[in-house]
Design a protein around this ligand. Structure first.
Ligand SMILES: *Cc1c(COP(=O)(O)O)cnc(C)c1O
Length: 363
């Protein structure tokens, strides 16, 4: 079945192979006589799905032993509260604001701790990344938060900053919601990484949290038990009923990613996809992208038409060409193509072909 290419920022396109497999297993998972969503989360069938997903993700992302993988709920926005409830000690936390998402994280954390704006790229419209040497760090911050891929502004840390190199001992907390599993991760630089699943891992409802063991036991007394990392870890993410179907779907995505060749292969594919699209934008008369080249996101590509009166025609033509959900976020306007793991190179090529055709028709 040939489906349109879906450029949604999230919930986003899933690998078609995974959807087909899930459809085949919908009524009867592996002879159990049940759909996965009908199973007890404590029964042996679901436990096997959970354990496989944990093991596959650990292997894929090369998560070291001293980190725990938690399957939580509430999305990235809930983590904006859950992280300070677990880690801030109601003290001071440093924030590097590089776009809407890290800005939201700072605002939410300020309800539980002193949120220090250590650096920001707001002055240039969130189109660059502030150099770590120039950050204004607090003396005893409980942690430093950054968003490694700003989904709305299309800014990505191509490499995580090395906090030790700038004399910072705080653990690094990374919101990697929109590019987790798009490239290898440097765990030597990370204390906590979290990600809502609906961009690059699976359906909405599952939140992935990977926590270094020594950070598990710092929660404030007011932290809800279901959001306490230590309690969640001690209960194998089953303190309360976990999002079982979303975990199953993410598990199928992890297996698909392994079949694609894992993180190194995905990174190469994602680089190639992004290069194809950015080259087309940079080489055109009609389209442009505002982000400085070395911090452009490989996953979320915002772009604009020089003649904004053509926006509606561009979008409706795109839909006719089987290219869906390209409208930009309302806060920045223009267009946005999200090209997560599930987007094949052919999908990006189809978009580029359409963009050139649309431009030629108006030349
Ligand atoms: C989508 C997104 C979020 C919010 O996720 P929710 O699941 O809606 O809470 C947070 N951070 C980033 C970087 C995102 O892309």
């Amino acid at each position: 079945m040939k489906r349109p290419y879906n450029f949604s920022a999230g919930p986003a396109a899933m690998p078609q192979e995974v959807l087909t497999q899930a459809a085949g297993e919908m009524l009867d998972w592996h002879g159990s006589g049940m759909s996965v969503m009908e199973m007890s989360h404590r029964g042996k069938d679901f436990i096997s799905i959970y354990e496989q997903a944990q093991a596959d993700l650990r292997e894929l992302l090369a998560v070291p032993e001293q980190f725990r993988i938690l399957f939580m709920q509430g999305g990235g926005l809930a983590e904006n509260a859950i992280v300070p409830l677990n880690l801030s000690g109601a003290g001071t936390v440093d924030f590097v604001v590089t776009g809407s998402w890290s800005h939201k994280s700072l605002q939410e954390a300020a309800r539980y701790c002193t949120a220090n704006l250590a650096a920001s790229n707001q002055a240039d419209g969130h189109t660059t990344l502030p150099a770590p040497q120039n950050w204004h760090l607090s003396k005893d911050a409980s942690y430093l938060h950054l968003c490694s891929n700003e989904t709305i502004h299309g800014v990505e840390w191509q490499e995580l900053p090395d906090l030790k190199a700038i004399g910072c001992d705080s653990p690094l907390v990374v919101d990697c919601s929109s590019h987790v599993a798009s490239r290898p991760m440097d765990w030597s630089r990370i204390g906590v990484a979290f990600a809502g699943a609906q961009k690059n891992l699976g359906p909405a409802g599952l939140t992935l949290v990977i926590v270094r063991q020594d950070l598990l036991d710092r929660a404030l007394p007011i932290c809800p038990s279901a959001f306490n990392y230590k309690i969640v870890a001690e209960n194998q993410s089953m303190f309360n009923t976990p999002p079982t179907y979303a975990i199953y779907m993410a598990g199928l995505v992890f297996q698909w990613l392994k079949r694609q060749g894992g993180m190194t292969a995905m990174e190469q594919r994602n680089e190639a996809k992004a290069a194809l699209l950015y080259d087309a934008i940079d080489g055109s008369q009609l389209y442009f992208n505002k982000v400085t080249r070395d911090c452009r996101s490989r996953m979320n590509v915002p772009f604009f038409l020089r003649d904004e009166s053509l926006n509606e025609a561009f979008l409706s033509g795109a839909r006719e060409h089987g290219l869906l959900q390209l409208k930009g976020h309302k806060s920045v306007g223009g267009m946005r193509a999200s090209i997560y793991n599930a987007m094949p190179l052919e999908g990006v090529q189809a978009l580029v072909n359409y963009m050139l055709e649309f431009q030629q028709d108006r030349a």
